[in-house]
Design a protein around this ligand. Structure first.
Ligand code: HEC
Length: 403
């Protein structure tokens, strides 16, 4: 699997942006039934977002490695899994810890898919698929030679899987059936509303029935469907929308050309979300293909140049005294405040120790060393400010706005 990831990562352009919601590429997205968007990153964080307000509701740092997959269960819970081989179910956006741990250790998980009846399937790098029933109990499906890279549930309740071994399989009650054998590793799979399937691989082609749709020159890494729509994203950053069932090209989205790792349609299919290498989650109008701007809330623009530096924080922090539900504590009256001391906010154990007082120097240290180095165990996303001018602008803004 690492070979595959390396293949996908080879020749990535250098990153310019710093300081966004995730501390690494956004590997997985899931739309929850209530309209909350969840994202999982290479930084091991799961973030719940309120897309309407454009802000993060919560950051969970529970996994010990990159998140590879998320799945929304029909009852509103979120499943997360990844490199650490653990599979967690989260009861809601406010949860401190997963409500249920389906698997405490195992092979790294590359794919998850939730069935309409509440079952959850997980595909591992060891080639095995596990199906967890809603009432407990797990079934193990073996057959893929090599990592299982994508899973989906067909409308009739049959599980579909794709693997690095180049095969696409249907796990019929009577036994597994090989639907396609492509020679090249498969990387993405989507069950279509009408009962069909779309699947794609390293060659950038999406197979839709007998059609082969070009998604880009680089490997396809994500597929998503909504009624009448199919979207594909590639490691080269191409995002393409086709109409279903005929596979007519609708739009090629005009993005920054960085790898796009994840896709999710809003429940009404009007908006498509993409998660990228640059840590950003972008919004697109699915009907026109136009960019709708980044998810992160824009900070108030009283001092535009300095406020710009705070843009990366605004999705998780307010600077005012109001206690809107945000992922991070309010930074109101930050300077002189003891770390982890805002009443009513549930800090991580590391911040709750309160052994730092926030001053110009300690806030500067936080972003030159990085939260992971200065405060190991914090839920703050890994982020650093290399440019002293950016850091000075951030400190000026914080001094003014948090007073
Ligand atoms: C994706 C969400 C997110 C982003 C973006 C983010 N933070 Fe945070 N921040 C948090 C969380 C969560 C905590 C609490 C961490 C904990 O309890 O371990 C926190 C804590 C802090 C604290 C400590 C506050 C206290 O009460 O002790 C400071 C200071 C801070 N953040 C500043 C910033 C600044 C400045 C930025 C932008 C450059 C930023 N953060 C970006 C989520 C975020």
């Amino acid at each position: 699997m690492w070979k595959l990831i390396l293949l996908l990562l080879l020749a990535l352009p250098a990153q310019a942006q710093e300081l966004l919601g995730h501390g690494g590429p956004v590997r997985a997205l899931a739309m929850l039934p209530g309209g909350t968007l969840a994202s999982g990153g290479f930084d091991a964080a799961v973030i719940w977002w309120d897309p309407a307000a454009g802000r993060a509701l919560r950051v969970a740092r529970w996994h010990a490695g990159a998140i590879n997959a998320l799945a929304a269960l029909p009852d509103g819970r979120l499943a997360s899994a990844g490199e650490d081989g653990r599979i967690a179910l989260w009861p809601g956006a406010g949860a401190e810890e997963p409500g249920t741990i389906l698997q405490a250790e195992g092979a790294p998980v590359a794919a998850l898919a939730a069935a309409p009846d509440g079952s959850l399937a997980a595909g591992g790098w060891d080639g095995a698929i596990q199906v967890f029933g809603r009432e407990g109990g797990a079934q193990r499906l073996a057959g893929h030679a090599g990592p299982v890279t994508a899973l989906a549930w067909r409308a009739d309740g049959v599980l579909l899987s794709a693997g690095q071994d180049g095969t696409v399989r249907a796990w019929e009650v009577a036994g597994p059936v090989t639907l396609a054998e492509r020679g090249l590793p498969r990387t993405a799979l989507a069950a279509l509303p009408g009962g069909g399937l779309a699947e794609a691989g390293l060659d950038g082609q999406v197979h839709l029935g007998a059609l082969s749709l070009p998604a880009g020159e680089r490997p396809v890494v994500a597929l998503a469907t909504a009624p009448g729509l199919l979207a594909a994203a590639t490691a080269g950053g191409a995002v393409t929308l086709w109409s279903l069932p005929e596979g007519r090209l609708l739009h090629r989205l005009d993005g920054p050309g960085l790898p796009v790792w994840s896709l999710a349609f809003a429940p009404d299919a009007a908006t498509l979300w993409t998660g990228g290498q640059d840590r950003r989650i972008r919004r697109w109008d699915a009907a026109t293909g136009a960019a709708l701007g980044p998810l992160a809330a824009e900070a108030a623009a009283e001092a535009p140049a300095d406020a710009e530096a705070f843009r990366a924080c605004g999705a998780c922090h307010t600077v005012g005294p109001d206690a809107a539900p945000m992922a991070g504590p309010s930074l109101h009256r930050l300077f002189g405040r003891r770390m982890g001391s805002l009443p009513g906010y549930a800090y991580s154990p590391r911040l709750a120790q309160g052994d730092v007082t926030w001053t110009r120097d300690t806030v500067a240290q936080l972003f030159t060393e990085g939260p992971d180095v200065m405060l190991p165990g914090t839920r703050m996303p890994v982020q650093r400010m290399q440019d002293p001018d950016d850091l000075a602008a951030l400190l000026r803004y914080l001094e003014q706005a948090t007073r």
